[in-house]
Design a protein around this ligand. Structure first.
Ligand SMILES: *Cc1c(COP(=O)(O)O)cnc(C)c1O
Length: 396
C-alpha cells in the first residue's frame, strides 16, 4: 500500500472476487513440472543404456505424487518406486501402464492392496520371502523384486541368502523376480571406496540372477559412471532439483519454490531483542519483516538465526530472498512466524503483503537445508499442510 493511501482507499480499490487464492495465500509453493520432467530426461540421458525410473515415495518428496507422477509418466517414466503400498495405490491411476515397486515389501494382510493396484513388492528378508512363497502357492505367478544388502545394513537379503536363492533349484516356478536391487550408502561421495566394494558385490549377485534386470543407483549413483547403471536407475532427489552429489555443482533445475507472505514490517531500535528468548539483540535501528511461515510448515526451528544449540557449529541461520536481496532470519523461528532482517532493502522496495522466497529459484534448497544442519530431502518432505500449491504444467 503506497504510504499516502489510507486503509479505506486500499480496500475500495480491491475487487476481492478477482483474487486467485494462490496470489493471497500466506504460504505458497510453486511446483514446476516442466523442470521436473526436464530433470527426468536429463537423468535418463545420464543413465546411458539403462532406463531411468522415478522414485516418488513420501508424496513425491513432498511435492505431490498425483501431479508429479502424472508428469513423469507422460515424460516416459515406466518404473516407479514408492516406500509403502498405499502410496502405490494412490499413484496407480496416474501411471496406468507403469510398473510400481514397493520398497518396503509386503506384509500379511496386504495381498489385495498389491493385487488390486498391480504393485510389485520388493522383498527384503527371509521372512518376506517365505510369506511370498505361500502367497504364490495360492495365487499363482505374480512379479516381485528382491533387495540385496551389499553394505548399507538397512534392508535386504544378505549376499549369501540371495545367491543361495538364485541357485535353489527347488524354488517354485511361480516365483519370478523381475528386478534385483541394492542401494549405495555413500553414492554422494565419488571418492568413497565403499562404492567400488558395493558395486563388485552387487555385480556378483546380479550375475547369479541371470536374465533378471538389476538396479543399483539412486540419484547419486547415476553420477558415478556407467558401471553403476545396470538396467534401471532410481533417481529421487535429483528429479526434484535437490543436490545428489557432494562436491559437484548441482546440474539440475530447481523444481519447488516456497514463499511466505510478509504479514507486517516493523521498525525496531538498536538494543531491542527479537523473538522468543530475546536471543537476537539488534546492533542498529532495524526494519524487520515478519513472514507467515514457521516450524509447523517444516521451516525448521534449526533455521533460526540465533537461540539454538546448532548455531555453535553452523554459525549462520537461513536466508530468505526478497526484492532481489538475501535477507537473514533473525532470532528464533516460531511455530507460524519467522522474522527476517530487511534493513538493507530500501523501504520503497518492500512492503507488507510481499512474498519472501524461502527456497527455490533464488535461494538454493540445499543451502537453506545446510543452515539447519540437514539435507534438502528433509526440507521437502516436511513441507506440511498449509502451503497453497500451484503446479506449472509441462509443455507437451
Ligand atoms: C529413496 C531411495 C531412492 C532414491 O534416492 P535419492 O537419493 O533420492 O535419489 C532409491 N532407492 C532406494 C532403495 C531408496 O530408498
Amino acid at each position: 500500500m503506497p504510504n499516502d493511501m489510507t486503509i479505506e482507499d486500499t480496500v475500495q480499490e480491491l475487487d476481492f472476487t478477482e483474487l486467485d487464492p494462490f496470489d493471497v495465500a500466506p504460504l505458497r509453493l510453486t511446483v514446476d513440472l516442466q523442470a521436473l520432467t526436464d530433470n527426468w530426461r536429463d537423468l535418463s540421458a545420464r543413465s546411458g543404456r539403462a532406463r531411468a525410473g522415478a522414485v516418488v515415495k513420501a508424496d513425491a518428496y513432498g511435492l505431490g505424487i498425483e501431479d508429479c507422477g502424472t508428469a513423469l509418466y507422460h515424460a516416459g517414466a515406466r518404473d516407479f518406486f514408492v516406500a509403502v503400498a498405499s502410496e502405490g495405490a494412490t499413484l496407480r491411476p496416474y501411471a496406468p501402464e507403469a510398473r510400481i515397486f514397493v520398497l518396503s515389501g509386503i506384509w500379511p494382510g496386504q495381498e489385495s492392496l498389491f493385487f488390486d493396484h498391480d504393485l510389485v513388492p520388493v522383498l527384503a528378508s527371509e521372512e518376506q520371502l517365505a510369506f511370498w512363497m505361500s502367497v504364490l502357492s495360492e495365487r499363482g505367478p505374480y512379479p516381485c523384486a528382491l533387495q540385496v544388502d551389499t553394505g548399507f545394513n538397512r534392508l535386504g537379503l544378505s549376499v549369501d541368502e540371495a545367491i543361495a536363492l538364485a541357485q535353489d533349484v527347488s524354488r517354485p516356478a511361480s516365483f519370478s523376480p523381475v528386478l534385483i536391487l541394492s542401494h549405495l550408502h555413500s553414492g554422494d561421495t565419488a571418492t568413497a571406496e565403499s562404492n567400488q566394494a558395493q558395486l563388485s558385490t552387487f555385480g556378483e549377485v546380479s550375475r547369479a540372477f541371470e536374465g533378471v534386470e538389476a538396479s543399483l543407483s539412486a540419484s547419486a549413483g547415476i553420477f558415478l559412471g556407467q558401471d553403476y547403471h545396470f538396467d534401471l536407475t532410481r533417481p529421487g532427489i535429483a528429479l526434484y532439483g535437490g543436490e545428489a552429489m557432494n562436491a559437484l555443482a548441482n546440474p539440475l533445475r530447481p523444481v519447488a519454490t516456497a514463499e511466505a507472505r510478509i504479514v507486517q514490517i516493523r521498525d525496531a531500535k538498536a538494543g531491542e531483542t527479537v523473538s522468543y528468548g530475546g536471543t537476537h539483540q539488534l546492533s542498529r535501528d532495524s526494519r524487520l519483516a515478519v513472514a507467515a511461515v514457521g516450524y509447523a510448515d517444516g521451516y525448521l526451528r534449526n533455521l533460526s538465526g540465533s537461540g539454538i544449540a546448532l548455531r555453535e557449529t553452523v554459525p549462520l541461520g537461513a536466508f530468505g530472498f526478497v526484492a532481489g536481496e538475501r535477507v537473514p532470519v533473525v532470532g528464533r523461528v516460531t511455530m507460524d512466524l519467522t522474522i527476517f532482517d530487511v534493513t538493507d532493502i530500501p523501504a520503497r522496495d518492500i512492503q507488507a503483503g510481499d512474498y519472501i522466497e524461502l527456497f527455490g529459484q533464488n535461494m538454493p534448497l540445499d543451502e537453506v537445508a545446510r543452515a539447519a544442519g540437514t539435507i534438502g530431502y528433509e526440507l521437502l518432505t516436511g513441507l506440511g499442510l498449509r502451503y497453497e500449491r500451484r503446479y506449472i504444467d509441462p509443455e507437451i
